[in-house]
Ligand binder design. Sequence first.
Ligand code: SAM
Length: 209
Amino acid sequence: MDVALEKRQVERAYELYAPVYDFIFDWIFSPGRVAAVKHLDLQPTDSVLEVGIGTGLNLPLYPPSCRLTGIDLSQEMLDKAIERVQNLTMPNVTLKVMDATSMDFADGEFDKAVATYTISAVPDPIAVLREMRRVVKPGGILVILNHFRSQRRLTGFAEDLLAPLCTRLGWKSNLALGPLLSQVGLTPELIVKVNMFDGWRLVKCVNRK
Ligand SMILES: C[S@@+](CC[C@H](N)C(=O)[O-])C[C@H]1O[C@@H](n2cnc3c(N)ncnc32)[C@H](O)[C@@H]1O
């Protein structure tokens, strides 16, 4: 069952979630966040793009001097991230409202890119991953952390059934990892199960062109 998520729906959903997002999504998803930033294997000179940075819950996990650009569709979510950057005193962080399906960056502008809990919340995950590949230099690293459709038959079926409801809430419950990666030409170097019940997957890819 394929249920489309629309851009307007996402904007409206995150306008509503912004004030309470951290309260709900901080501690539950924290182990995955720590693993995602660790697997970026950050070097002092790296420039990093975080796609769908939201309220910036990953910001405290980066080195304070990290050269980080964060983009998000939702001004309300980004306003929270701006506050966080100011509180953490991170001088090399740039935040922009931008649609990740058509980024205003040059080819190969970044060394690394990361998207945590974002790829199932975007209307067009294929377009977002293609853009991530375009703006990361050849040989650079892409880290994607998300819940993907379960490979277990019953759980996958339940996720399909829940899809229409989840779509209304602003994310896709049954996004399948394998077809997504093959459609954008990415081969995972590493897949690690993280968070409660190992229900989320951290995928690390090298941007081979
Ligand atoms: C579930 S939140 C995840 C936020 C953050 N990455 C985290 O780990 O807490 C998904 C985010 O993706 C953003 N988003 C959805 N579609 C987008 C798009 N096309 N371009 C940029 N950001 C988008 C939403 O506004 C929201 O902030």
